[in-house]
Design a protein around this ligand. Sequence first.
Ligand code: DOR
Length: 409
Amino acid sequence: MAPDTKSLLIHGAHVVDSAHDEATDILVQSGVITAVGKGLSSDGVAAVEAGGLTCLPAFCDLHAHFRDPGQTQKEDLASGSHAAVRGGYTAANLMANTKPVISTYAQVKDVLTRARDIGLIDVHQCASITKNMDGVTVNHLETLGHSVRIISDDGHDVMDARVMLQAMTAAARLGLTVMCHCEDMNLSGTDYRLAEDLMTHRNIELARAAGCRLHIAHVSTEGSMRAVIAAKERGQAVTCEVTPHHLALTSATNYRVNPPLRTQQDVDFLIHAVEQGWVDAIATDHAPHTADDKAAGAPGMVGLETAFGVCTTTLVRPGHITLARLTELMSTNPARILGLNKGCIAPGYDGDLVLVNLNTPWTVDAAAFASKGHNTPFDGQMLVGRIVMTIKAGKIVYDDTTSNQEARQ
Ligand code: DOR
């Protein structure tokens, strides 16, 4: 009998998520996990022999720039999707600061349709908070339809508090989450720390007044994180993300990114907040640029293909958090914020899995990235935690088993 091509058995991996830390098998049928248990039969089913490897729920990135449409010399939906699966991701939330800015239902639909045709990852496309990110117009929010769950002007903040309040009030009514890049752009040239801290407080207060769900992007300072913690302590509907680079690097690494790399004290406090459970998600802020744009001062770095290795090396190996907790930060919680049926290894969830090698250190080679962007300060760095295979809905979408044979002996 020919094997059932709509099913896949992951056999012999060490399975880790918040409910598992054990060698067990996983069966995916018609795209969905149907069984998790020891000794599942592989009769008539295609099987991945995963001995020596660790299986996690595939990652969901809450914050990525794919630059499509308009800046496809930096990235496009295909190259971004390939970078994502190479990094263990099967879902990404794309920012709206494309050219043109994404502000309409038709633009969102266009991205979603093209991403689906590529077929490697699930995409959520943010629409902008203000139309064309003009900082003043919000009436487009009424026309976005149900495919948009999150709005963001990421790259910028909305400087006029009255406009932001209008947008947040509309978001509350429409059930949208407002994702904020917190930065007082009049201040950032003078004091970028104050610029972030101040606007984190402002955005939290405006969201409280409007009663909308708020997500604070790329928290980088102790002050901003303390503001988020205070809001959570009083029960406000606030979530936050931190990036791998703000957890792993300080300003001693001379690399331009917004918000900037901060002090050791900030890094220590962010890690403390991760340990204490205040941080909901680790998101990449994958920001590809051409070498020329980077040389001309464009802020940002690519992150999809290094995030897991950076997080394993920075957070798990030194004992700050367990691998299971990392899956909550990279898979479970971002999937929940995006409203996806992913991020857990249990019957009924999407069959989105990642096999990783935790044994063999590897060296980041930016030239080998699937992303068109090679802008990363992690180039040449040795990391632990490498993606070997990414599976989406039971289909293998990335396979690097041949270069990882040694992990399996
Ligand atoms: O460094 C950054 N780059 N921060 C942002 O907020 C935007 C991003 C970009 O779009 O390049």
